[in-house]
Write a protein that binds this ligand. Structure first.
Ligand SMILES: C[S@@+](CC[C@H](N)C(=O)[O-])C[C@H]1O[C@@H](n2cnc3c(N)ncnc32)[C@H](O)[C@@H]1O
Length: 415
């Protein structure tokens, strides 16, 4: 991390690390606290240590306050929109609760935003988006679903823009592009299961007519009108450097934050991200990292430590953020060569490679516990979160086999 910060001190990644240190890792024991609130009191989940600690006793003991704050994300976000801005944290709550009275009401204010487990990642997503350089950077999101993660990023972008627009946001180019099919049976069932109110707001929404792009727009664009939804199936033709350049128009902006919630397997990593050059200093969020054991193997086998440095993990809830330490394309020959080398390793008879990956991963998890190499790890944190994650990731790394690595190396022939 030290060398990354030295080499890229003005990068999105470096700014993100500083914000994480201040907001999430100020005290390691705070993070499990924050996360445990994510299913119940969103204000504490999104607020983070510095902002929520003063409010916690009141919120925690008042059920009416908790339901009030968790039912409407817009109110919540606005609640955070405190009046005393400092450079990076204009979105987070100030201790003065009178800002609640400044809440604006939007058309979807009465509805929670449907999301699939993203709440823990909302604060880090905001912080990452607040870290882009708004003069040259944009945020690319693959798989926003109904727009919860997009909205977290949108608030972060607005924070980043505060310094350059002087309130003239209307004239500025789009800095958030969210790609999704915004359609399909699986999404239809997820939306109707979680948000019965959607049918009231969109009477035409049905299994046969399941596009929900308007829902995404309504959710995100009233906060950040320039945000763009890009409808279609994600692959290297739909998402690549040229497409991004065309979308950003004459301003030629480059992706500085990638939020990826479509990649659930190691193969999809190549199909969905293969068209993009991912520049050193970028922040890469993999939203379902632990879901696929092969993805864990692939990242620890061939991407870490050469290209990626983890800086945030939501522990037992899958989201991981990396800073990119060296410019990469996931479909570069050296990645496939690395898979091929691993296919030649007999994981049954030699534990050497697995041991290397595990050691690296364990060091990462130690480090993420406090975002410092010599953190005094709080007992609750260790038992509650880190050990569980360690077990799950160790298991994934234990289950490596030749076949997986051969299949992965074969993808190189097709890319
Ligand atoms: C887990 S959901 C995303 C949740 C979202 N980030 C949130 O905060 O609530 C995954 C999304 O990825 C989209 N998706 C998956 N594969 C895709 C593909 N190949 N092309 C386009 N969209 C895809 C799905 O339509 C779905 O909306």
């Amino acid at each position: 991390m030290k060398s990354f910060l030295q080499e890229y001190p003005n990068s999105t990644g470096a700014r993100f690390i500083h914000l994480l240190k201040a907001e999430l890792h100020a005290r390691p024991e705070w993070e499990p606290h924050r996360q445990s609130y994510c299913g119940r009191i969103l204000s504490l989940c999104i607020g983070g240590y510095h902002n929520a600690k003063d409010k916690m006793p009141t919120f925690a003991s008042s059920s009416s306050a908790s339901s009030r704050f968790s039912t409407s994300l817009d109110r919540l976000f606005n609640f955070y929109n405190g009046r005393d801005y400092d450079t990076y944290l204009p979105l987070l709550p100030q201790t003065d609760s009178t800002t609640v009275h400044g809440v604006r009401h939007f058309r979807d204010t009465e509805h929670a935003i449907v999301n699939l487990g993203t709440s823990k990642a909302c604060l880090p997503l905001m912080l990452a988006a607040a870290s882009i350089d708004p003069k040259v950077g944009i945020v690319i999101e693959l798989g926003p679903f109904a727009g919860f993660s997009s909205k977290c990023a949108a608030y972060g972008i607005l924070a980043a823009m505060q310094n350059i627009t002087n309130g003239q946001e209307e004239d500025s180019p789009a800095r958030l592009f969210s790609f999704d099919t915004f359609d399909g049976d699986v999404n239809y069932y997820a939306l109707t299961r979680k948000g019965a109110w959607i049918k009231d707001m969109y009477p035409d929404f049905s299994k046969q007519n399941s596009s929900f792009v308007q829902l995404w727009r309504d959710t995100v664009q009233h906060v950040y009108p320039q945000a763009k939804s890009v409808v279609g199936c994600i692959n290297t033709t739909a998402v690549n450097d040229d497409v991004i350049q065309n979308l950003s128009g004459s301003s030629k902006l480059i992706p500085q934050l990638l939020i990826v919630d479509t990649v659930k397997t190691s193969k999809l990593l190549h199909e969905h991200l293969g068209g993009l050059t991912i520049h050193a200093g970028t922040v890469l969020f993999l939203m379902d990292f632990q879901r696929s054991k092969h993805l864990v193997q692939q990242i620890y086998g061939c991407f870490r430590p050469k290209y990626l440095l983890p800086v945030y993990i939501s522990w037992n809830n899958e989201h991981v953020a990396f800073v990119v330490t060296r410019t990469l394309s996931v479909n570069e020959p050296d990645i496939f060569q690395c898979y091929l080398e691993l296919a030649k390793v007999n994981f049954q008879t030699t534990a050497f490679h697995t041991h290397l990956m595990k050691t690296r991963m364990e060091q990462d998890l130690m480090f993420l516990s406090g975002l410092t190499t010599n953190a005094a790890i709080h007992e609750r944190f260790r038992e509650g979160l880190r050990d569980k994650t360690l077990q799950a990731m160790n298991k994934a790394l234990d289950e490596q086999d030749e076949w997986t690595w051969r299949v992965l190396s074969g993808l190189g022939d097709r890319s």
